[in-house]
Design a protein around this ligand. Structure first.
Ligand SMILES: Cc1cc2nc3c(=O)[nH]c(=O)nc-3n(C[C@H](O)[C@H](O)[C@H](O)COP(=O)(O)OP(=O)(O)OC[C@H]3O[C@@H](n4cnc5c(N)ncnc54)[C@H](O)[C@@H]3O)c2cc1C
Length: 408
């Protein structure tokens, strides 16, 4: 029997502690907050998109950083096994659009509740309000964990499951990186990811709250397309957000310091330029004597009309019958290439995940044990792995936590 200390009571830490305890270890979980799973509670807007019901190849495809490092973890606990795991613990699950899996109750608290019950059932010592300030590696089999009040806890194994830097109000403030550095690990550069973007164009604030469905978004850095997809986005008072933008941020965020990054929006991706021209001509025919600004309401949301007209460099007072072919071309160009200069992200405070973390070359992918220090394990967002939205990040936390717990 080993004395195992798991630092961090998030999804990775909880499943790890449960699995380690099932293997007859004496397990303690240390969580700085006064409750477990503070971030888990707010996931999926409080509904907890626990995983994505898809095969391992799809999990890999949706993992944006170091997917192949996760191969072994994904095969050890894939999405259907995770669904089974929770259903056995008593959480009924349902599959929604895009294979997103949620509790039938739509309550993340139900997920936390069963994990807590399972921790108790397996006699894990749960220590809340326990902030770890330091760890010490005495030798391969002896370690120490020092709490804020200087209490020193001896153990044989430490699992670092402290999360990343995103949403620090939930307790994830990057302490795991500090512990890992002390042990000689390298940390790759850290960026906020799945995060809203700020734009140079201040007119976005006039559109704040406007959601665009069925648009195509391209992320362009140094004139190269680094991401593109169709879907939904949203304007905010400082820039843009929504599913497409959050995904695009994964590719823009690391490049923002050194490259010029833009978001290009095709407002009419289903129509070619020629088809769009025909459509506009039909609309114009109906509104011949009207001003341009009063003639685009069938094509665009009201708030976007003045923006598109300005971008097209056509006077908004111009009558439809005065608009020439060249001006129509400019209008079409703006509709299919509305371009925003990205100045920044809104930072870790609003980022769904952290991109970057403990260098995966220094971790055994089959066990999550450090290759540098025996008896030290890592799990979850603290590692240099991340994925798109859709339940993939929680799958990473649960898969890596499960593997660490079964090998520590
Ligand atoms: C708003 C939001 C919504 C999200 N929604 C989804 C979703 O629906 N689906 C999805 O797949 N992913 C989602 N994610 C991402 C997902 O929440 C994370 O990937 C996941 O929580 C990472 O789990 P973790 O256990 O590694 O870290 P965390 O959940 O961050 O847990 C780490 C824990 O360690 C504790 N800790 C840190 N340092 C110390 C210390 N020194 N001493 C003691 N304790 C410490 C923290 O308090 C925290 O409780 C969302 C994220 C956010 C911010």
């Amino acid at each position: 029997m080993k004395n195992v200390i798991v630092i961090g009571g998030g999804p990775a830490g909880m499943i790890c502690a449960i699995e380690a305890a099932k293997r007859n270890n004496n397990v303690t979980i240390l969580e700085r907050n006064n409750k477990l799973g503070k971030k888990l509670y707010i996931t999926g807007k409080g509904r907890c998109n626990i995983t994505n019901a898809s095969d391992v190849d799809t999990l890999i495809l949706n993992t944006t950083t170091n997917p192949y490092f996760l191969y072994s973890s994904y095969y050890t606990l894939d999405s259907s096994m995770l669904i089974d795991y929770f259903e056995k613990l008593g959480v009924k699950l349902k599959i929604e659009r895009g294979n997103r899996v949620f509790p039938v109750s739509d309550k993340s608290s139900d997920v936390i509740k069963v994990l807590q019950n399972e921790l108790k059932k397996n006699k894990v010592n749960i220590c809340l309000n326990s902030y770890v300030k330091e760890i010490k590696n005495i030798n391969d089999k002896e370690k120490q964990v020092i709490l804020e009040n200087n209490e020193c806890l001896d153990c044989n194994v430490i699992v670092i499951a402290t999360g990343g830097l995103s949403y620090p109000v939930t307790g994830s403030t990057g302490d795991g990186y500090k512990f890992a550095k002390y042990l000689g690990h390298n940390i790759t550069k850290l960026y906020p990811s799945l995060v809203p973007l700020k734009t140079k164009q201040s007119w976005v604030s006039d559109l704040s709250g406007l959601s665009l469905k069925n648009v195509k978004v391209q992320a362009i850095c140094s004139n190269k397309v680094v991401y593109e997809n169709l879907g939904e986005m949203l304007f905010t008072h400082v820039g843009i957000t929504g599913p497409l933008v959050l995904s695009a941020s994964r590719f823009i965020s690391p490049k923002l310091q050194s490259e010029e990054c833009k978001i290009k929006i095709d407002l009419k991706p289903a129509l070619s330029e020629k088809e769009l021209d025909n459509r506009i001509l039909r609309d114009f025919e109906k509104n011949k004597n009207k001003d341009l600004k009063n003639s685009l309401y069938e094509l665009l949301p009201q708030k976007l009309i003045p923006i598109i007209i300005k971008e097209s460099k056509i006077s908004d007072e111009k009558k439809i019958h005065d608009i020439n072919k060249q001006e129509r071309k400019q209008l079409i160009h703006s509709l299919k290439n509305l371009t925003l200069d990205i100045t920044d992200t809104t930072g870790f405070n609003e980022a769904v995940i952290t991109c970057g973390g403990i260098n995966i070359d220094e971790i055994n992918p089959s066990t999550m044990e450090s290759k540098k220090v025996s008896g030290i394990f890592f799990a979850g967002e603290v590692l240099d792995v991340d994925a798109f939205t859709g339940g993939f990040n929680l799958q990473i936390a649960f898969s890596t936590g499960f593997v660490a717990g079964n090998n520590c």
